[in-house]
Design a protein around this ligand. Structure first.
Ligand code: ZN
Length: 219
């Protein structure tokens, strides 16, 4: 099986994708993979009750990652509030042993600093990565366990700077099919990276394979 799209907001069924929803909207479809989190654009969702709900519902086998969570310097709640919600989701990711999908807009230092402070065991995925190659370098210096997910728009030099085993792709809110996004990435890299991206995504979201072949026990 192939999982190619590590982050989308499309409705199920998306057998090749991990669908991102907030914990309050989680209504799992059997065989579908999800990531659950509180987005920094939605400060009204960042309540203690919702974070407790996240911890509870994200235990479901369909949930293969936490997020998207993170910090957006251009939008959302004041940064200290975003950072508090983000830190709690780092803890949940560690507690449930599921990787963290990160929304990072102009907050690379904060994210790299938190990675250094927390020393998490779970990998972190920088989704919708559009930053410069120097940011790739900075992040990998902070930790080799950063992954970089490329969607519709990105910096070609950053794409080239990412080690192949840290490369992911996503549709996010794009209307393009994931195959088209991966074709554009492959074109820049001069080789077809479809199987590389699929292997990286499967390795990262260890639960994906079992979810897709297990009939969910609904009782
Ligand atoms: Zn997204």
């Amino acid at each position: 099986m192939m999982i190619l799209d590590c982050h989308t907001h499309r409705m199920p069924p998306q057998p090749q994708a991990v669908i991102c929803v907030s914990p309050a909207c989680f209504s799992p479809v059997a065989g579908q993979s999800y990531s659950l989190g509180i987005h920094p654009w939605n400060p009204e969702e960042a309540t203690p009750e919702n974070l407790d709900l996240l911890l509870t519902v994200a235990r479901a086998p369909e949930v293969v990652a936490i997020g998207e969570a993170g910090v957006d310097a251009l939008r959302g709640a004041p940064l200290y509030q975003q950072a508090l919600t983000f830190r709690r989701q780092i803890e949940i990711s560690e507690q449930l042993e599921k990787p963290l999908v990160i929304h990072d807009v102009k907050a690379h230092d904060t994210v790299a600093g938190l990675r250094r402070d927390f020393r998490p065991r779970q990998p972190w995925i920088l989704h919708g990565f559009r930053a410069k190659p120097s940011v790739v370098e900075m992040m990998l210096k902070a930790s080799p366990d950063f992954y970089f997910s490329f969607g519709e728009k990105w910096n070609p030099d950053s794409l080239r700077a990412v080690p192949r085993d840290r490369l992911l792709a996503e549709t996010d809110e794009s209307a393009l099919p994931i195959e088209e996004i991966i074709a554009r990435i492959s074109n820049i890299l001069g080789e077809d990276v479809t199987s590389t991206i699929s292997a990286n995504t499967l390795r990262l979201f260890r639960g994906v394979e079992s979810t897709s072949y297990t009939v969910r026990n609904l009782t």
